[in-house]
Design a protein around this ligand. Structure first.
Ligand SMILES: *[C@@H]1O[C@H](CO)[C@@H](O)[C@H](O)[C@H]1NC(C)=O
Length: 459
């Protein structure tokens, strides 16, 4: 009899086969990216004004949400001692669903999510929502524009606390930040499109143009998860505009990086210090882990509208789908915890973030980013193998979803200024440890500014 491990192994080889097929793909045609695609309803004009915006949670929406939470059907009990092995444990998830319906203070939390100034402007037909904090610039200091890009199933709230630390943390520096943190397209309070083809590359264009509209020809970008991927695309397409990049998900998806990592199985010591080898090798373990945990990725990349119906109609289902991902991406050990390790976050943190999907009804449209990015159209654009000389600092948390050695990162980022290796932390670094995250970003910005290839006169 073949066991689960065997079937996982087989799936792992299928993934490798897919990677190999992609690696052998002919990238020679690189069609240009259209910068002016109209994503909105026909017959409308782009309203370039920048309008102040406040999130409002209507009573009718809250009443309906609480009703759905309170009247959920009884879940089939998880089997004994299965923790998160079969997905979200139904013995424990009720804690957060009840909290949402009974203890979550909608009034107080609405005020909280509005704590930073927010705006809306129209880009290529879509209203784009963003937090923007314009600083006073004291004598002798200069202003550094910083674009913060979140991912899935996160929101602009991932940076909510980190923003305060970023602002306070530069008091003794010779610069201040102007911070811009948008909702990705189709997420939160940004519009979605009804037209096909708006993926990571098209968002890179939109957010670059957003920064330009706010008066910044050049800026820094920080990203994790999808934000990291969008930033990756920005530093290829807009090498002149991006002063530097900071990422907590440093991924070079180049053919060379994959070859290097495959060959590195034979002699990992050649690629990384001994104490980091276990983050990637044996490769079989990494591939098995990816196969076990990344079903959601395949699903969202191929059938987002089906799961979209489930997460749109039931807040319990939506919360559970997100809980699964937040659990697995935060700590590997969460798999064996009946509460999925979700207590790493406060109930308010988890529910605030869920509200940014539920209230504006964006869970379904947000999922489309997978289908619109993970496809041949994007591969054909060629940016994946295209190197960037933009100065980059990568931070690597031990429980991040993937570890990549510096030599592999170098195949994409030819100007890798530093790799900061952490001994604690997961995928949602800004949400999990906002103060430390802010320190890392500030230090990265300083190092990039001091880097010899960065022309300071540009600022
Ligand atoms: C909810 O928060 C509001 C605003 O902070 C506060 O006035 C109210 O007393 C809180 N409600 C409860 C039930 O704690």
């Amino acid at each position: 009899m073949r066991g689960v491990a065997d079937s996982l192994m087989m799936h792992s080889w299928l993934v490798l086969g897919f990677v190999a097929a992609v690696a052998g793909y002919d990238y020679t045609t690189v069609p240009g990216l259209n910068h002016d695609t109209w994503w909105g309803p026909e017959g409308k004009e782009e309203d370039t004004s920048i309008r102040p915006f406040q999130i409002k949670w209507e009573k009718a929406m809250i009443d309906d949400l609480v009703y759905r939470l309170e009247n959920r059907r009884e879940f089939v009990p998880s089997m004994d001692d299965t923790a998160y092995h079969y997905g979200v444990n139904t013995h424990t998830i009720g804690y957060w669903l009840d909290y949402w319906a009974r203890d979550y203070n909608f009034t107080a939390r609405e005020a909280y999510v509005n704590k930073h100034p927010q705006f809306i402007t129209n880009m290529q037909g879509l209203d784009v929502h963003f937090v923007r904090i314009v600083p006073e610039v004291p004598e002798g200091k200069r202003k550094i524009p910083l674009l913060l890009l979140h991912g899935f199933p996160g929101s602009f709230l991932e940076f909510h606390e980190a923003i305060d630390h970023l602002i306070a943390g530069v008091a003794d520096k010779d610069f201040v930040f102007e911070i811009v943190a948008p909702s990705l397209i189709g997420f939160g309070y940004s519009d979605y499109t009804n037209k096909q083809g708006l993926g990571g590359a098209e968002m890179a264009v939109i957010f670059k143009k957003l920064m330009n509209r706010l008066g910044h020809d050049k800026f820094f970008v920080q990203g994790g998860d999808w934000g990291a991927h969008i930033a990756d695309i920005m530093v290829v397409f807009f090498q002149e505009e991006i002063i530097g990049m900071h990422t907590n998900l440093g991924m070079a998806l180049t053919d060379k990086a994959f070859s290097m990592i495959s060959m590195g199985s034979l002699y990992p010591e050649a690629l990384m210090p001994n104490d980091l080898i276990g983050r990637l090798y044996p490769l079989k373990d990494t591939l098995q882990w990816l196969m076990r945990e990344f079903g959601y990725f395949h699903f969202q990349a191929t059938k987002p509208d089906t799961i979209g119906i489930c997460v749109t109609d039931t807040p319990s289902g939506m919360f559970a789908w997100f809980a699964q991902l937040i659990s697995m991406a935060s700590r590997r050990a969460n798999y064996d915890d009946p509460r999925g390790g979700l207590d790493l976050y406060t109930p308010e943190q988890l529910i605030d973030n869920a509200m940014i999907y539920w209230a504006p009804n964006k869970a379904s449209s947000a999922m489309r980013i997978y289908a619109e990015t993970v496809n041949w159209r994007n591969y054909d654009m060629g940016f994946i193998n295209e190197p960037s000389s933009v100065p980059i600092v990568v931070v690597q948390a031990p429980d991040e979803i993937y570890y990549m050695p510096p030599a592999a990162l170098n195949t994409k980022y030819t100007n890798l200024v530093a790799v900061d290796v952490l001994s604690e932390g997961g995928h949602f670094l800004a949400y999990e440890m906002p103060e430390q995250f802010a320190k890392l970003v500030i230090s990265a910005v300083e190092r990039i500014l001091n880097h010899k290839q960065c022309d300071k006169s540009e600022l």
